[in-house]
Ligand binder design. Structure first.
Ligand code: GLA
Length: 391
């Protein structure tokens, strides 16, 4: 049984216990890990994420006749969401319900009304850890809406509807990476996404000798939200200074000639984005060629740039990257970097599969010594995007 099969069958059993009948629909949407291409999506740049084997799962059935409400319970027992469809869907309590609310509102605006539903949510995507728990919840909700209504959107439209939900209902001005990969992930592939044209290319990564190892620092620094919006604004300021529409269009040469003529902070933000776009394209070539040492070096370089120029790392993320660098290629680590928005959350490492156990033990032990905090470590194969499992 795969991880997903086990998770969905457990969710179906719990559904039957809670609602007294089996679910008619079961859908799943994965979280993601970004291998490289950080803080480039909202600059029209390139990203190289993959879906991971951690999912938001929803099991559902029609609600009782006359009940025009989508009720979403969560297996953890947090306050359920009650979304009344007889009035326009607006943000509301509990806070987590704003992700499904935003998506349902988007479907209603498209004239797609699912009617009342009894839903059970079970997510194994770690919350707030930079693995896109919120995008997976949005995409899961959208996939359920499609299954129930029996009409399927184009993948790009679906991802954009989910992104809009995050902007308008959760108040997070995110880019398009997370929703795109949760919709479009393919097993054994990374996805190279051009965030300007929205064209995607699958980049096969099926060499069993290498694995992606994710280490959760289990810290989340609260400044993340405000700092994210500030980075966006600084990038826009940099693009204006270069006289281009977005930093995607700024060249390394233009950057060099702007040295000393631009605000230092804005200059360094631009240097990160310009360099990161190049690194991402090179890394995609490296993955295609199974050139793991090169991909790994680009990941380390990405981390330094995020730490020093973009300033979105933190001491816990830096600690794991340092430990990984210390283990080095001899010990089976090709590269390691922070992944996602930053200020806590996870690192992603490219490692030799046969050394996963030793690497995990070393990172766990040294991280505990350095920070006093326990890390959570797991590996994943590149996974498939959202699916209708039943219905
Ligand atoms: C968050 C956002 C993404 C992206 C990353 C940084 O995950 O949701 O759109 O901007 O940060 O790469």
């Amino acid at each position: 049984m795969t991880y997903l099969q086990k998770l969905t069958s457990e969710t179906a059993q719990q559904y039957t216990k809670i609602y007294g009948r089996p679910p008619r629909w079961i859908v799943a949407a994965p979280g993601r890990v970004n291998v490289i291409g950080e803080h480039t999506d909202y600059n029209d740049g390139f990203v190289l994420p993959t879906a991971i084997e951690r999912y938001a799962v929803m099991a559902a059935d029609k609600a009782a006749e006359g009940k025009n409400v989508i009720e979403i319970r969560d297996v953890s027992g947090v306050e359920p969401a009650l979304i009344d469809l007889s009035v326009p869907v607006k943000p509301g309590p509990p806070r987590w319900s704003n992700y499904p609310r935003g998506v349902i509102s988007g479907f209603m605006e498209h004239g797609m009304n699912p009617g009342g539903l009894d839903v059970l949510l079970h997510s194994t995507v770690p919350l707030g850890a930079g693995l896109s728990s919120s995008a997976s919840l949005e995409v899961c909700t959208a996939t359920l809406m499609e299954a129930v209504i029996g009409r399927f959107m184009l993948p790009v439209e679906k991802a954009l509807l989910c992104q809009k939900a995050e902007h308008e209902f959760a108040g997070v001005p995110c880019g398009i990476m997370d929703q795109f990969i949760s919709v479009m992930g393919r097993q054994n592939n990374l996805l190279l996404l051009d965030c300007r044209s929205r064209e995607t290319q699958l980049v096969p990564m099926n060499d069993p000798a290498v694995s992606l190892l994710i280490a959760n620092t289990n810290v989340k620094h609260e400044l993340a939200g405000g700092e994210y919006a500030m980075r966006r604004a600084q990038c826009q300021a940099a693009a204006r200074a270069f006289g281009v529409a977005s930093l995607r269009d700024a060249t390394p040469e233009a950057l060099e000639s702007a040295r000393g003529k631009m605000d230092d902070v804005v200059f360094r933000r631009a240097r990160h984005v310009i360099g990161e776009n190049e690194r991402t394209l090179h890394a995609a070539e490296g993955v295609r060629a199974s050139n793991w040492p090169t991909v790994g070096q680009l990941m380390f370089a990405s981390h330094c740039s995020l730490r020093d120029d973009y300033e979105v790392s933190c001491k816990e993320l830096d600690a794991i990257v340092e430990i990984a660098e210390g283990i080095g290629t001899k010990g089976g680590v090709f590269g390691c970097r922070m992944t996602g928005g930053g200020f806590g959350g996870c690192t992603v490492s490219l490692v030799q599969t046969e050394k996963v156990e030793a690497i995990s033990e070393k990172i766990a032990a040294d991280y505990k010594t350095k920070t006093g905090t326990e890390a959570t470590i797991f590996t994943t194969r590149p996974a498939a995007g959202a699916t209708v499992v039943k219905g």
